[in-house]
Design a protein around this ligand. Structure first.
Ligand SMILES: *[C@@H]1O[C@H](CO)[C@@H](O)[C@H](O)[C@H]1NC(C)=O
Ligand SMILES: *[C@@H]1O[C@H](CO)[C@@H](O)[C@H](O)[C@H]1NC(C)=O
Ligand SMILES: *[C@@H]1O[C@H](CO)[C@@H](O)[C@H](O)[C@H]1NC(C)=O
Ligand SMILES: *[C@@H]1O[C@H](CO)[C@@H](O)[C@H](O)[C@H]1NC(C)=O
Ligand SMILES: *[C@@H]1O[C@H](CO)[C@@H](O)[C@H](O)[C@H]1NC(C)=O
Ligand SMILES: [Fe+2]
Length: 466
């Protein structure tokens, strides 16, 4: 009999296993033991299939949609024509309605020695809820046709499935993440995108051609379902050394959001209602201190959330407040200090962030007792607090964040350095099923999952509900 089969070896293995378990329990949550094959994250070459330019003179490309109003009855359709302005009209119809036309507008911008194509933005409004619409952009021989489904009317018990993607970029891993999202049997209906889109700024002179390639890459999803945009640091494109000193220039020309509908004065923070969720998008890279526009807006916004109408209160931001990786460590701290008491007061259900290129899920914790002199500055379990999730693992060329702080802090429930995406699947006013999907697994596999109990309607401890 070999050593492996001997009772002695088994006993040792059991003891070691127990010790390992104890060690994990002492330090907060779980650091996944999943071993990912170490590979370099490489950007997709310009001549690859995902970047193909649609055929035909001046054909619309980089088609993308997002919610166009506060409640989900409008869509902003955006696209680019490269050769000439062409038409900014969108023709749209449902099975029940006749063809209608909406007229948009066209913008362009220059960035260093790059000149953009003609970027069209068209608001298609007064749509019926819960309806499939077809739409066409372009003229003559180069009309392109797509479709989308409007959300159900805003209300407390409408089920709805959100996808979560962050820090996507345009590498081979990015393409895997997007493919896994598309093939996930849980079928996301809208993507909550937590910032860092194209990573064009990693190229010489922020080569804006990579903004265009990114637009073509994600079209296969975002032309058919809205992606809700959050601005990350890779959207800033602040480069005074090449004469580009206007922050967010490429991003704000290309990605329009319905910020005015929620009383915001800038496109970087805003909110929308969608089905049974109220989604607040915050700006990690716009001023958020007291008296700033974002602060004033959020202070007025949170009391407006009516949990009888929208039970689920979700916040998106780029830089996470609770992050136990040695990357971007504590970068979210100043914003946390400003806003965390409000999140607890208004019982936010979940906060999704990106920035750190890995995955992490927190316990329900808060850290709001500190007052400079009392020394109370450790996160504590708090049933009024949100769960914080870092989902910056889309797969961009900068690669994975693997270096974690040790020991794992008690607030951290699960962490793993793998690329992937997540799904937040709202069932009704009390229950939402959350799952994280790593790219190495089959499409249906949930590498981490938990039930969320709504903080307003069912505020009981959900930490063990997986
Ligand atoms: C912009 O400048 C860079 C560096 O000088 C050069 O490689 C690139 O070809 C230029 N692009 C255009 C569109 O002129
Ligand atoms: C990207 O993924 C799609 C869908 O899985 C596939 O058809 C395509 O070939 C991939 N392209 C690259 C460059 O990986
Ligand atoms: C909250 O929403 C419910 C359901 O739509 C509505 O009946 C109620 O009047 C709203 N409350 C406030 C304060 O607006
Ligand atoms: C991990 O990060 C810590 C803190 O920044 C650093 O001291 C350490 O050298 C890093 N370890 C590795 C393997 O990079
Ligand atoms: C809400 O959804 C959960 C999970 O699907 C289910 O167990 C529960 O019974 C539902 N509640 C109501 C009132 O339907
Ligand atoms: Fe980032």
């Amino acid at each position: 009999m070999g050593l492996l089969g001997s009772p002695f070896f088994v006993a040792i293995a059991v003891v070691l296993g127990l010790l390992l378990n104890v060690a994990i329990l002492c330090n907060g949550g779980k650091t996944s033991t999943f071993v990912r094959k170490v590979e370099k994250t490489v950007d997709i070459p310009l001549d690859s299939d995902v970047f193909a330019v649609p055929s035909g003179y001046n054909a619309p490309q980089q088609v993308h949609i997002t919610q166009g109003d506060l409640e989900g009855k409008a869509v902003i359709v955006s696209w680019v024509t490269e050769d000439e302005p062409g038409s900014s009209k969108v023709r749209y119809w449902s099975e029940k309605s006749k063809k209608k036309v909406a007229e948009g507008k066209v913008v362009t911008y220059k960035y260093f020695n790059y000149t953009s194509g003609f970027i069209h933005h068209c608001i298609v409004g007064n749509l019926e809820y819960n309806t499939k619409y077809y739409y066409e952009v372009g003229i003559g021989h180069t009309i392109r046709k797509f479709w989308f489904v409007t959300p159900p009317e805003v209300g407390p018990d409408v089920p709805y499935t959100f996808g979560l993607i962050g820090d996507l970029g345009q590498s081979f891993d990015s393409n895997k993440t997007l493919t896994h999202y598309e093939k996930n049997p849980r079928k996301g209906q809208t993507v909550l995108f937590v910032g860092d889109l194209s990573y064009a700024d990693n190229y010489p002179n922020h080569d804006n051609v990579r903004w265009d390639t990114w637009g073509r890459f994600v079209e296969r999803s975002v032309a058919y379902q809205p992606w809700i945009w959050t601005a990350g640091n890779h959207e800033i494109d602040f480069a005074p050394e090449i004469g580009e000193a206007t922050p967010f220039k490429p991003y704000s020309h290309r990605y329009h959001v319905p910020y005015k509908a929620s009383g915001s004065t800038e496109p970087f923070w805003y909110s929308i209602k969608r089905a049974s969720a109220y989604i607040i998008v915050l700006a990690s890279y716009s001023a958020y201190g007291k008296y700033t526009p974002q602060y004033q807006w959020l202070e007025e916004e949170l009391p407006k959330v009516n949990r009888t109408e929208t039970p689920w209160l979700i916040v998106l931001m780029h830089s996470p407040w609770y992050n136990s990786y040695n990357y971007h460590y504590m970068e979210g701290e100043t914003m946390r200090v400003m806003y965390e008491p409000w999140f607890v007061q208004y019982k936010v259900d979940a906060v999704f962030a990106g920035h750190v290129h890995a995955y992490e899920r927190s316990e329900r914790v808060s850290n709001i007792a500190y007052n400079v002199v009392n020394g109370i500055c450790t996160p504590v379990k708090d049933q009024s607090a949100p769960v914080y999730i870092t989902i910056g693992d889309g797969g961009n060329l900068e690669g994975l964040a693997t270096n974690m702080t040790e020991p794992q802090p008690a607030y951290s429930a699960y962490r793993e350095a793998s690329f992937g995406h997540a799904i937040f699947d709202v069932k009704n006013r009390t229950h939402a099923h959350y799952s994280w999907h790593r790219n190495q697994d089959g499409y249906a596999v949930e590498a981490d999952s938990k039930w969320f109990f709504n903080r307003y309607w069912h505020p009981v401890d959900d930490s063990g509900a997986d």
